[in-house]
Design a binder for this molecule. Sequence first.
Ligand SMILES: *[C@@H]1O[C@H](CO)[C@@H](O)[C@H](O)[C@H]1NC(C)=O
Ligand SMILES: CC(=O)N[C@H]1CO[C@H](CO)[C@@H](O)[C@@H]1O
Length: 371
Amino acid sequence: MFPFSGWGLGCLRLCLLRVWTGEATGRWACGTCQSRLYGSGGSQPEVSRSDPARGILKEWALLVSPFGRLRARLPCHLTVRPLDPLTYPDGDRVLVTVSGVEGGARALAGLQVNYDEAQKEVTIVADVIDHQASVEVNAPLKFDLNIQSSGSGCVKVQNIECDNCKIETEQGTSILQSVKSQKLHVQTTGGKVICLGTVYGDIDIRASDKSTVTVDKLQGSSINISTEDGLLKVKYLYTESSFLSSAAGDITLGSVHDSSSGCLNALAQQGAIDVYVSELGKVELKVHKGSILVKVASSLQAYLQLSGKEIDMNSDVHVEEMNEAHRDDGVIITGFLNQTSKHEKWIKADAPKGTVRFRSQSWFQSLKLQD
Ligand SMILES: *[C@@H]1O[C@H](CO)[C@@H](O)[C@H](O)[C@H]1NC(C)=O
Ligand SMILES: CC(=O)N[C@H]1CO[C@H](CO)[C@@H](O)[C@@H]1O
């Protein structure tokens, strides 16, 4: 199973718990006030009913352009989901709710929610807010997102389809679930990045320090992911061109389908690369200090160049014109996997200080091994 998929549930549970706390203390008196919608000016949102049953402390409803964007700068948890299309067929609202805050409305004094009609931009900004607060936004499906969370604030984006999605966190986890964005940029200086379901787009994920990146399935023409000291794990990767790198973490790629003209580059300074290649153009794997395991579909045809301190190839791997050369303290094996002619598809794996293991296996086996 996917190792971190439990996190979201854990967080949800935490939120619910806080809701019940609030309810028990009866902090929110007014459960039935109507929320009003100020539309025309577009600038003053409104506001505000507390709904103890749902644990909501404050709520805004803004009339917006369906093709605007959201800019959030928050030190707490933020979830973005699409508006319910049945309730809002015109897709022209942004609904913001805040829950999970101790200390009632006063604790929200620093939170500003605004819509700039000229910029078509909703801003949700707070410098200081209870870091246990949880802000939920329901936005038009096509809304662009520009989100920065500070401290331990987590960001979760689900089912959005936009042109640009940019998420930056410090220590907080970023969860993207079934997101389609032409350009998707995620950056964190210490939080986990988790992609669930399929995430589509040109994707750039940069995770520094000990941040890990774990991905179910990414699909896009260009995908770049880097970690520093954390695991980079991708279960399925469908791409024309991908650059994956890690300074000191391992890189694990369940199944890579790049198109026959595409390329996959995975580079680890220190660690291990483990990859299953089912279709490919050019695959280049390098670990400066560590080992590489390459598993290929048994039908794969490619030119091979494997170099390392040691090469370990199963006897059932069928290499034509195999050549083995020894250099200072290593070995280089070249040859053609299942064919003799085509040079335009290749796999290069280089582990100068470690072992390159090469295995042929069925796609079915590769699936079993992943779970
Ligand atoms: C990925 O990196 C390559 C090479 O640095 C760059 O050309 C490409 O635009 C990047 N793609 C994304 C989606 O950031
Ligand atoms: C198409 C083809 O020749 N496939 C063979 C490739 O090599 C593997 C072993 O590495 C065989 O099992 C396949 O039958």
